[in-house]
Design a protein around this ligand. Structure first.
Ligand code: NDP
Length: 313
């Protein structure tokens, strides 16, 4: 028999846990499934310096442990498991966990976040776990005193480059444009770090190495008259080129934008399906900040409560 729940929360980043705190305090007995990456992306980030209330910063892992504790304290049922299928065509909605367990839910909060993107080079797969990574905090340790490259020009790339510069002998930052799009504070830190060399107007063509990555084939001014191909010797190749929202499993029922972000009614977390809400990075193409995800989780929880009240009336 299907387990029945008033509110099912999918995902365990700041949006999911905030929704769990609010819905459990509202006596909705939520069940939260943690998803592929328990604690979400903050668990693979280094220091969180911009979440209000932490003047000295806090590690992403610590922050997520605290959020989880807070959600558990108010009675949210926090479980391991990944949503593998769903049927949002009729009420109560059905969600399948790990391909077997089915849950019938009156309301759902989708807070499945986003995952790191890759360039799409065959070499990324060839050297996966052998020098290619999308998580400096997870794998940086292996590159102590070595030479690494980070691809990307946003805040993630700068953060990864700076983190790796604390461990490695040298860090190349490979940026396809002639500028960084990261926040000014991060740009300044990168520019002033003696171990980071930024290669502007540069793209990656491939990687090389016997078994592990030993270098990258790069090109400067791709497609321009002054195009110039060159190689760099590196031991590690880190991707930080943005994220793809984890919305695939819901796409059949819920419209997304061209990049896969779930569409919500402006100013709310309401999706096209009544009683199904989306919060955090999976529904946020613009900001992707922990504090905003937490805020969206709060909005979703309040909307769940109002929705349940409206259908009970
Ligand atoms: P962004 O989308 O901001 O940046 C992605 C970067 O990768 C861009 O420089 C982009 O280049 C580059 N890129 C994308 N595709 C390719 C490709 N195929 N080849 C080469 N380069 C590529 O993503 P982030 O993950 O950095 O940040 C996402 C959001 O999260 C932002 O809003 C950011 O501010 C936020 N964030 C905030 C942090 C903080 O506050 N501490 C930390 C990390 C993220 P181009 O510019 O040419 O498009």
């Amino acid at each position: 028999m299907k387990e029945k729940v008033k509110c099912l929360i999918i995902g365990s980043g700041p949006a999911g846990y905030t929704a769990a705190i609010y819905t459990s305090r509202a006596n909705l007995s939520p069940i939260l499934y943690e998803g592929m990456q328990p604690g979400g992306q903050l668990t693979i980030t280094n220091e969180v310096e911009n979440f209000p209330g932490y003047p000295d910063g806090i590690t992403g892992i610590e922050m997520m442990e605290e959020l989880k504790k807070q959600a558990g304290k108010f009675g949210a049922d926090l479980r391991r498991g990944i949503v593998t299928a769903c049927d949002l065509s009729k009420k109560p909605y059905t969600v399948t966990i790990d391909g077997k367990k089915e849950i019938a839910a009156d309301t759902i909060i989708i807070s499945t976040g986003a995952s790191a993107k890759y360039l799409g080079l065959p070499d990324e797969q060839k050297y996966s776990g052998k020098g290619v990574s999308a998580c400096a905090t997870c794998d940086g340790f292996f590159y102590r005193k070595k030479v690494v490259a980070v691809v990307g020009g946003g805040d993630s790339a700068c953060e990864e480059a700076l983190y790796l510069a604390g461990l490695a002998q040298k860090v190349y930052l490979i940026v396809r444009k002639d500028y960084l799009r990261a926040s000014q504070i991060m740009q300044d830190r990168v520019a002033n770090h003696p171990k980071i060399e930024t290669l502007f107007n540069t793209n990656t063509l491939g990687l090389f190495g016997e078994e592990f990555v030993e270098g990258a084939h790069l090109v400067k001014f791709l497609g321009e008259p002054n195009e110039e191909k060159f190689d760099i010797a590196i031991d590690g190749f880190f991707l930080a080129i943005g994220h793809k929202p984890n919305s695939d499993v819901f796409k059949h029922f819920i419209p997304t934008d061209e990049n896969g972000y779930i569409k919500t009614q402006w100013g709310t977390t309401k999706t096209i399906v009544p009683g199904v809400f989306a919060a955090g990075d999976v529904a946020d193409p613009n900001y992707q900040q922990a504090v905003i995800a937490a805020g969206m989780g709060c909005i979703a929880a309040i909307e769940v409560e109002r929705y349940l009240n409206s259908i009970e009336e």
